[in-house]
Ligand binder design. Structure first.
Ligand code: HQG
Length: 184
């Protein structure tokens, strides 16, 4: 396996463990999603041919800054399905946010708005390019939705931003959604 491939595999496994299944690596997250870095290191080095320095490099090089390592603890910045409280502060969002998804989801989204599904929040981005990247990972044709975040915020909906810049909301009711001009 090439070094790049190994790094991607370890990074994906870290997302899996820190967001969805800590027990798979024999770990327990605290209430805010943190786990001892030493324990994570033990789990990773027993499964992969990596050193502590490699793991730190994988965290630093992660293109989306998915993890925060601080005070010898680590957590995923967003995307959890396990019960954690990231203690994010509600903040005023940019006027417009974007969400990329599959064309096939549109009839359902048009009926019920954007729901958080398995995650804790609906994930939104401030730039259309990020939404496009998320959308193209879905099967088939994609759509880019424009979220009138200013109107939502003025109606009392809360927004949060994760440490790596992902915008989060409880839901997006359909009246705040429109198909973006960036949709193919
Ligand atoms: C869709 C990646 C039908 C929603 C990205 C999405 C992101 C509905 C899917 C992060 C619906 C949920 C999250 C409704 C929502 N009817 N479909 N009413 N409401 N959906 O993976 O936003 O690489 O939970 O459009 O960068 O795709 O993991 O959310 O297609 O930030 O760090 O249900 O994943 O980040 O899928 O992706 P997901 P997402 P990471």
């Amino acid at each position: 396996m090439t070094k790049a491939k190994l790094e991607t595999e370890v990074s994906k496994y870290m997302s899996y463990v820190l967001r969805h299944a800590p027990e798979a690596a024999g770990l327990t997250l605290d209430a805010e999603g943190w786990v001892s870095f030493d324990e994570l290191e033990k789990a990773l080095t027993s499964k992969y041919d990596v050193s502590r320095a490699d793991i730190i490099e994988i965290i630093d090089n992660n293109p989306k800054k998915r993890f925060t390592l601080a005070d010898n603890r680590i957590r995923a910045n967003q995307g959890h399905s396990v019960e954690v409280d990231l203690a994010l502060k509600a903040v005023e969002p940019p006027a417009i946010l974007f969400h990329g998804t599959s064309q096939a989801s549109w009839p359902s989204i048009e009926r019920e708005g954007l729901k958080k599904m398995e995650r804790h929040h609906v994930h939104l981005s401030a730039d259309i390019e990020t939404a496009k990247i998320v959308a193209t990972r879905r099967k088939g044709d994609y759509i880019i939705l424009r979220v009138d975040a200013a109107a939502m915020f003025s109606k009392g909906h809360s927004f949060f931003v994760s440490d790596n810049g992902v915008w989060l909301a409880e839901s997006v009711p359909v009246q705040f959604l429109s198909l973006s001009a960036g949709t193919p």
